[in-house]
Ligand binder design. Structure first.
Ligand code: GLU
Length: 304
């Protein structure tokens, strides 16, 4: 399969649609993003890399970071983590408070904000220097030691973290947050502010395409079973309250972030990252979803 040809065709056909959607505006640092940016990067398990457009520009990965923090916690705590966080789609916006009340402070899944806060809380309990550990983990996944926290975005996140603080306090009242809230919000806002390129992101998801083992260095990151479970949660919960529609359109497990990035993968084959900042009303990049829908259609392959 000539993936470069497939990507070039999709890229040139969708280029006139750049700018569709609305850039995230809940923090000033993201509202300033240029909506005309559009990049694609694909990495295969047999070592190929195919790219188009702005694939080499670093952007704010936002909620895509929830996959990394969750993988770090899952590999250490194993099934114990499921006592504190569920694995059902929420059908609610990513920052919703309502379900937590009647579900006794146990978030529906690790990819809504409440669930990700619980996961980051466990990361803080497990590591003396959780922020550094997270960067080290991502750097080893993609083989790039330059992955960094965008401090401007992190500061902006912290200045507008009232709802995340409310979620954290609320869960603490149920005993599901163990650490100091300010520390938790600091680590959480930093993880959202990690900057990566499409190329870094595609590489960093190869371990999932490879059933838990990083093909770049042979490290076993997750067991085969854990990788399966993480993929299943991405498929069902990775796209806010649009997860069903994303699965329907693309047939891929993946994760999006409000910076406009989406990473998805086909087990046993490849991972692909797409970025364009314009979002639909659910918080997913309009162009990235369209790109991935065309991609699986054009190559005639997905997980189904
Ligand atoms: N930093 C965002 C928040 O917690 C995450 C946004 C996202 O879903 O990508 O509010």
């Amino acid at each position: 399969m000539d993936y470069q040809k497939v990507i070039d065709k999709i890229y040139s056909e969708l280029l006139p649609r750049r700018g569709v959607g609305k850039v995230a505006d809940y923090i000033p640092a993201l509202a300033a993003a240029d909506p005309m940016q559009y990049g694609i990067s694909l990495s295969t398990l047999d070592g190929r890399s195919c790219n188009a457009g702005d694939y080499g520009k670093a952007f704010s990965i936002q909620s895509i970071s929830k996959v990394f923090s969750f993988a770090m916690v899952l590999r250490i705590l194993g099934d114990e983590i499921w006592d504190s966080v569920g694995r059902e789609p929420s059908g609610n916006p990513f920052n919703s408070l309502v379900q937590l009340e009647y579900e006794q402070g146990i978030p529906r899944n690790p990819f809504i904000n409440a669930g990700a806060l619980v996961v980051t809380d466990r990361l803080i309990s497990l590591y003396d220097r959780p922020k550094e550990a997270l960067l080290d983990f991502i750097r080893s996944l993609c083989g790039n030691d330059d992955i960094y926290f965008d401090q401007h975005v992190a500061r902006s996140e912290r200045e507008h973290a009232d709802r995340n603080m409310a979620l954290a306090h609320f869960m603490k009242s149920f005993g599901n947050i163990k650490n100091d809230i300010d520390t938790l919000i600091d680590v959480y806002c930093s993880q959202c502010a990690i900057a990566m390129t499409c190329q870094d992101l595609a590489k960093s998801f190869l371990f999932l395409a490879n059933r838990g083992t990083n093909p770049l260095n042979g490290d076993r990151v997750l067991s085969v079973s854990q990788a399966k479970r993480l993929g299943a949660v991405m498929l069902t919960c990775g796209f806010y309250d649009e997860s069903g529609d994303f699965a329907f359109r693309t047939g891929l497990p993946g994760k999006s972030g409000v910076g406009g990035g989406i990473v998805a993968y086909i087990p046993g084959s490849l991972s692909i990252a797409v970025w364009s900042p314009g979002l639909n009303r659910h918080g997913n990049s309009v162009l990235a979803v369209e790109t991935l829908e065309r991609f699986t259609t054009d190559i005639g392959n997905s997980i189904f």
